[in-house]
Ligand binder design. Structure first.
Ligand code: SAM
Length: 432
């Protein structure tokens, strides 16, 4: 049987990177990646369980794959957070699945494939992380995990169950991986973690700010990004590193979840509305051009119209450039299941619609404010909608599609004059 594999990935950047690790590890062992699942002898579903909708998709995909398995010799593995959360229940519900492997076992795929474990949902002490073999899809960008798991225990969130307790990688390992990525052409580095700014070197206790400064100082790192920061872990060391290194993106994703301190307390977010706003003020003073983005949950149990109005007023006050909002989705085993009264689904849908309408106006006003300005843009590739144009991102993380010499190498930094503001993106022409 040909050793061919197909990976389907849902969810966050951590899952994307886990798929790159799985792919690299398989290629090293002589497997070939295919883009058509019909040609694969191994199919991996790298799943997400952050909301119920994401989880349901996995089971409907498994239903389809059952048919494929009747047609030919095929192994099916369920990986990621649904694997971790459901474990053996997946084999009971879909017995045609060959193995179930959680995020803690990404570095142990070879043992799982060798048939040692049909259910691998532990968090092994020796979590292997082989950065030399990561199968990176971009020639100019590299994502680098610096911390796995989450210790925060927000009452709505499944992540601590599916990704385990926090474990940071040694500082020098991270730097070695970044240097290797730069040597192989990557000029843009994105540091990843569920709570990326909780990073602490296990050997030396150096914090996230120290790591940011050290990575930003590596020759060849043209842009440094990171995802996702928790508001309660923001400190001066992190703010000063961003202020002092021009190659650190002027973009900060800082999920607030709600504008009501009452709801934040019930979510166990560890900050109040006032503390959050004060912190943003401090960051703005240090880095005036900062672009804030956020995540919001509407319809958390017990959320009243007044709570929701506070969320709207917070959005108005901060003027987030980007915003991701979701209806609360009850997750198995989380404390929020026992908190307050559920919000009616129609009410939650209506709140989500109003919230997006408000943010749409703010985003358009912000995009319009760039008209006529010249911004520095890191070239990422051809524009998705018009391949005669190039596409890239500004220092503060806006996507710009622009006219330029088509032979411009990817990863170059160009000045681009902004001529137009579209729905989500800017449009312009290179000036350098
Ligand atoms: N670790 C990050 C944090 O806590 O700030 C974010 C991780 S999560 C992958 C991304 C977003 O999904 C969260 O910020 C939250 O807005 C949303 N989310 C998490 N659990 C949810 C739930 N039970 N229902 C709806 N949205 C949820």
């Amino acid at each position: 049987m040909a050793k061919t594999f197909f990976i389907e990935t849902w969810g966050c950047q951590m899952n994307d990177l886990d798929s790159q690790r799985l792919s690299g590890s398989l290629k090293l062992r002589g497997w070939q990646r295919v883009d058509d699942e019909h040609n694969a002898s191994l199919i991996l579903l790298n799943t997400c369980s952050i909301r119920e909708k994401a989880e349901n998709k996995v089971f409907s995909r498994l239903g389809e794959l059952r048919e494929r398995k009747l047609e030919r010799d095929l192994r099916i593995g369920v990986c990621g957070c649904v694997a971790q959360q459901e474990g053996e229940r997946i084999l009971a519900r879909a017995p045609w699945v060959d193995f179930v492997m959680g995020p803690g076992n990404v570095g142990h795929l070879d043992e799982v494939l060798a048939g040692g474990k049909a259910i691998a949902v532990d968090f092994p002490e020796d979590r292997r992380y082989d950065y030399l073999t990561i199968d990176r899809p971009s020639a100019t960008k590299a994502q680098v995990t610096i911390i796995e798991g989450c210790n925060k225990n927000c009452t709505f969130c499944i992540v601590p169950t599916t990704r385990g307790r926090e474990i940071s990688r040694p500082f020098d390992d991270v730097l070695a991986e970044v240097r290797f990525a730069v040597e192989t052409g990557r000029v843009e580095i994105e540091l990843l973690g569920q709570t990326v700014n909780a990073y602490r070197c296990p050997a030396t206790n150096r914090d996230f700010g120290a790591l940011l400064s050290a990575v930003a100082s590596i020759d060849g790192v043209r842009r440094l990004r990171f995802m996702t920061s928790h508001p309660a872990e923001v400190n001066n060391s992190m703010i000063h590193a961003m202020r002092d290194h021009a190659n650190i993106s002027r973009y900060l994703h800082l999920p607030v979840q709600s504008g009501s301190s009452k709801v934040l307390r019930r979510m166990k977010r560890l900050y109040t509305r006032e503390k959050y706003l004060e912190m943003l003020q401090r960051i703005r003073e240090a880095i005036p051009q900062i672009h804030f983005s956020t995540d919001i949950i509407v319809g958390f149990p017990g959320e009243t119209e007044d709570d929701f109005q506070q969320t709207l007023s917070l959005i108005e006050e901060v003027r987030y450039g980007s915003l991701f909002a979701f209806k609360y989705s009850p997750r198995p085993g989380t404390p929020a299941l026992r908190i307050g009264e559920a919000v009616d689904d129609d009410i939650a849908t209506d709140r989500l619609t109003r919230l997006f309408a408000l943010h749409e106006r703010i985003k358009q006003e912000r995009l319009e404010s760039y008209r006529g300005k010249v911004l520095s843009v890191l070239v990422e590739g051809p524009s998705k909608h018009d391949p005669s144009m190039l596409s890239g991102r500004t220092d503060d993380n806006w996507v710009v599609n622009f006219v330029a010499d088509p032979s411009t190498p990817l990863g170059s930094m160009l000045g681009v004059r902004i001529d137009d503001a579209l729905h989500h993106t800017l449009r312009g022409e290179a000036t350098t």
